[in-house]
Ligand binder design. Structure first.
Ligand code: NDP
Ligand SMILES: CCCCCC(=O)/C=C/[C@H]1[C@H](O)CC(=O)[C@@H]1CCCCCCC(=O)O
Length: 329
């Protein structure tokens, strides 16, 4: 008999999540039936979506939603061998049972030198968000200028580097000077700290006086309201996330976007990366190849121990991560 540790959302978050909103519990797992597998989480992901989706989909007492890289401890399913690693979507759990239908094996030929946690970041859901968001939603073309916010994070850092790989100029912003230095290191042409500038309007104009062809928006709110006025004619905006609004208790007002949308004939499209998962293999293959070639750099903010899941989640929402926020069990 295996006992799993799980984190539940004890109380719905009000404003910014607090550690007291979470509770760690134990779950006794049943013995394996034929066709089933026992898995242990090795790395867990903490992601911004957990905040808005908890409000929309979860009730108090539910296990926190989320994905992990897990190792197969025991297998009674001939399609899976013990010792193999998979990506699963089983929430904040140390151990769990699966019948194999909801598991994705790590890509064949995963290099020994690469951390398997990249399957939750640069070579996983966030990397795919950058890939499909930039190439399919923004329809980025060589020679264009791309703007991305939350640029030092899991999605943004890949967006910027793919824009460079695709032959574009890239401007990014982040919330600390060390993040700005990181953006320069990974090839951003222009980078600024949105918390210390005096005018976003002036900063965006100075970084690209001719404006932006593509805007990959991870933040929404006031930033997006100002950035939309800096789009070039026929510019494209990928509405990926709105992290500046996830902890709001009172909805933000505005903006009124009709004038720049009409005058500049802009396109603005919201998207959810899973809509492109029929092409998941293509995206994973491309991202992994660029990582192996050294063209796509990665950084991970690793928090040790499952017990620190809430702290890692809250820290990521506060901006403590450079690159992907990961918990190592
Ligand atoms: N549409 C889709 O399918 C998907 C959407 N997303 C969205 O992409 C965005 C980025 O996700 P991800 O890369 O995983 O997360 P990150 O790794 O970028 O972590 C979140 C970052 O957001 C920044 N942030 C937090 N609060 C604010 C704020 N009020 N204003 C501006 N920036 C803020 C912080 O960086 P800083 O220090 O720079 O403030 C923080 O580090 C999120 O909005 C997420 O919901 C992610 C995956 C899929
Ligand atoms: C206004 C909210 C915007 C949120 C944007 C975002 O971050 C979306 C993330 C999804 C991503 O495209 C693919 C996912 O896996 C994220 C959603 C996860 C939903 C979990 C569903 C609950 C469960 O697992 O049971």
């Amino acid at each position: 008999m295996v006992t799993a540790k799980v984190w539940v959302m004890k109380k719905h978050f009000e404003g910014f999540p607090q550690t007291s909103d979470f509770e760690m519990k134990q779950e006794e797992l049943a013995n394996l039936k034929d066709g089933e597998l026992l898995l242990e989480s090795v790395f867990l992901s903490v992601d911004p979506y957990m905040r808005p989706y908890s409000k929309r989909d979860m009730k108090e007492g539910d296990v926190m939603i989320g994905t992990q890289v897990a190792r197969i401890v025991e297998s009674k399913n001939p399609a899976f061998a013990a010792g193999a690693f998979v990506v699963a979507n089983k929430g904040w759990r140390t151990h769990f049972i699966s019948d194999g239908t909801d598991l994705n094996l790590l890509p064949a030929g995963w290099p020994e030198s690469l951390p398997r946690s990249l399957a939750l970041g640069t070579v996983g859901m966030p990397g795919l968000t950058a890939y499909f968001g930039l190439f399919e939603v923004c329809k980025m073309k060589p020679g264009e200028t791309v703007l991305v916010n939350a640029a030092a994070g899991a999605v943004g850092s890949v967006v910027g580097q793919l824009a460079k790989i695709g032959g574009c100029k890239v401007v990014g912003c982040a919330g600390s000077d060390s993040k700005v230095a990181y953006l320069k290191k990974i090839g951003f042409d222009e980078a600024f700290n949105y918390k210390t500038i005096t005018s976003l309007d002036e900063t965006l104009r100075k970084a690209s006086p001719d404006g932006y062809d593509c805007f990959f928006d991870n933040v929404g709110g006031e930033f997006a309201a100002i950035a939309i006025n800096h789009m070039k004619k026929y510019g494209r905006i990928a509405v990926c996330g709105a992290i500046s609004q996830y902890n709001d208790t009172v909805p933000q007002k505005g903006p009124y976007i009709q004038f720049p949308m009409i005058f500049n004939e802009l396109s603005m499209k919201g998207f959810i990366v899973t809509s492109w998962y029929n092409r998941r293999e293509e995206g994973v293959k491309a991202l992994l190849k660029w990582v192996v070639e050294g063209k796509l750099k990665y950084h991970e903010q690793v928090t040790e121990r499952f017990e620190n899941m809430p702290a890692a989640f809250i820290g990521m929402l506060k901006g403590e991560n450079i690159g992907k926020a990961i918990v190592k069990v």
